[in-house]
Design a protein around this ligand. Structure first.
Ligand code: 1GP
Length: 248
């Protein structure tokens, strides 16, 4: 097992919840501003930086963002929307198959193109099922997903279980960036019940500390926030605190 997987799985085993700060390279205004923000997020207790976005991302842009983030001293994990989201400077990559896409490109096509690059760069791959629930946002639209209805938690759990049987250790339940409604706790609880060993990452539409706590306590091992970091860093810090103090 690689270093980043070991770090994440050991935190899960010790019952610690993880907060992941998502940085979309397209939204970064300057490296000075990013560095200040990243230091603040680290001070508030975030554990990991995720870097990625659905549109407007080039390898050069991701390189610059990661070089800045690396100065902060937390693991930097790629969250790629496509092959252009791979950077040699990252510690690891969510090697994500968008399980509920109708387009094989997002299930296995991009992966075949990117795998030799990831090997050449020596980036640690984290085998991840990417599952879009409800709204979907840009990720759902670009990825040609058929989002799982909010009221069908059993379908989400079935995807997580299938991913487990395929050997994927991580699953990311995604409502979509800026989703009006986050992934409902029932989806998380049921997924956890059927596949307790899967490392569950949950994101999309989490804007309040209470919601973040509810998501973590429903069984998310890691909670992701992106939009709120861009719009209201002070609130993002309260969300981090809620995640880090939530019950296992
Ligand atoms: C999007 O899950 C992430 O891919 C984060 O979503 O921007 O709504 O926090 P938000």
């Amino acid at each position: 097992m690689g270093r980043v997987a070991e770090y994440l799985l050991s935190m899960k085993e010790s019952g610690q919840k993880i907060h992941m700060s998502l940085i979309d390279p397209e939204k970064v205004e300057s490296s000075e501003q990013l560095l200040r923000l990243a230091e603040e997020l680290k001070g508030a207790g975030t554990d990991v930086f995720l870097v990625g976005g659905s549109v407007g991302v080039s390898e050069g842009l991701v390189d610059d963002v990661i070089k800045t983030l690396k100065a902060v001293g937390l693991p930097v994990i790629l969250f790629p929307g496509n092959v252009s989201g791979v950077s040699r400077y990252a510690d690891a990559i969510l090697f994500m198959s968008l399980l509920n896409s109708d387009d094989p490109y997002f299930i296995i096509g991009a992966h075949v193109i990117a795998a030799p690059v990831i090997r050449r760069y020596g980036i640690e791959p984290l085998p991840t099922a990417y599952i879009i629930v409800g709204y979907g946002g840009a990720a759902g639209f670009i990825g040609r997903a058929r989002p799982i209805p909010y009221e069908k938690p059993d379908l989400t759990a079935a995807h997580v279980l299938a991913a487990n049987y395929l050997g994927m250790r991580f699953a990311y339940l995604e409502a979509g960036s800026g989703a009006p409604r986050n992934v409902p706790p029932e989806h998380i609880k049921l997924s956890k019940l059927v596949s307790p060993d899967t490392f569950l990452i949950v994101g999309g539409g989490i804007r309040e500390p209470e919601t973040a706590r509810e998501v973590a306590e429903a069984g998310a091992d890691a909670v992701v926030t992106g939009t709120i970091i861009e719009r209201n860093p002070e609130k993002a810090k309260r969300i981090i605190k809620a995640v880090k103090t939530s019950k296992p």
